[in-house]
Design a protein. Structure first.
Length: 177
């Protein structure tokens, strides 16, 4: 059931950012090598935003059905410690994360793009999705980014949260000679 609040009314309360990988941090495509390895491409600006959120003290969690260890290595390198790969029950993983970190759904944003994200998105205060998410996910999202998955959607939503809370470091007062 949708409420009538604007997504912007939720941004001040967000302390926790949870993301799917394929279709959110990637553009939903994979390259399969001759030996069967599946390669994904991630947006460097999304990575900068994730690192900025971690450095600013936000809880950042990844829950993905995929199990690519290269993804874990990339995200760990950004300082993300809570990474659930190979998840076949995202609700179970999210509840485990909530209990472990003592987080409430009212503090949580989740960005997903496809049917496996549907049940878990219904558990959080601010369900979000990229512009190219499937219609069922768009229908339950309180915010739909103007960016596609893997093309800056993660940066978009993180930047909005941090700016509203005065924690975005993109407002530099640098002086140039």
């Amino acid at each position: 059931m949708k409420d009538n609040k604007s997504y912007k009314e939720y941004l001040n309360a967000i302390t926790t950012l949870v993301f799917d990988v394929d279709g959110v941090l990637t553009d939903s495509t994979i390259t399969v090598t001759t030996d069967g390895e599946m390669l994904r491409t991630m947006n460097i600006k999304d990575g900068f935003a994730l690192k900025t959120a971690v450095d600013a003290g936000y809880n950042v969690c990844i829950i993905s059905g995929g199990s690519n260890e290269g993804v874990r290595k990339r995200l760990s390198g950004l300082g993300i410690k809570d990474i659930y790969l190979g998840s076949h029950n995202k609700i179970e993983q999210l509840n485990d994360y909530f209990n472990k970190k003592e987080i409430s759904k009212e503090q949580t944003l989740y960005m997903g793009d496809d049917i496996p994200d549907f049940p878990v998105m219904q558990l959080v205060a601010l369900p979000c999705c990229p512009q190219d998410a499937v219609p069922e996910i768009k229908a339950i999202s309180k915010y739909i980014s103007h960016k596609n998955g893997g093309k800056g959607a993660v940066r978009d939503v993180i930047e909005q949260v941090l700016k509203v809370q005065g924690k975005w470091n993109g407002n530099f007062d640098a002086k140039y000679d």
